[in-house]
Write a protein that binds this ligand. Structure first.
Ligand code: FES
Length: 94
């Protein structure tokens, strides 16, 4: 019996989005919050700034805390509740 190659599956089922203008490729089904975390080594993990300009990041992961608000294709959305799609533009500067 053949089992699917998990690496090949991931390559074939991935999406590319832009996070603050930087291209990031992730597996299909990845949340925007996870994509932000994956992108963190490039300095892109922050979702927004507080009113005192402190960096904020996903906290609860289930749509309650609102710490993961970002602009996705120009609309304010929760990163933890949104799946990445091909061509999606995420803006953490708003
Ligand atoms: S991480 Fe709390 S609402 Fe998204």
């Amino acid at each position: 019996m053949n089992t699917p190659d998990p690496v090949q599956h991931t390559v074939q089922h991935s999406v590319q989005l832009q996070i603050d203008g930087h291209a990031v490729r992730v597996a299909a089904g990845t949340s925007v919050a996870a994509a932000l975390r994956i992108a963190r080594p490039a300095g892109l993990g922050i979702t927004r700034r507080s009113v005192t300009h402190e960096p904020r990041a996903p906290l609860c992961g289930m749509g309650i805390c609102q710490e993961c608000r970002v602009l996705i294709d120009g609309r304010r959305r929760l990163a933890c509740q949104t799946h990445c799609t091909d061509g999606m533009a995420v803006d953490t500067s708003a």
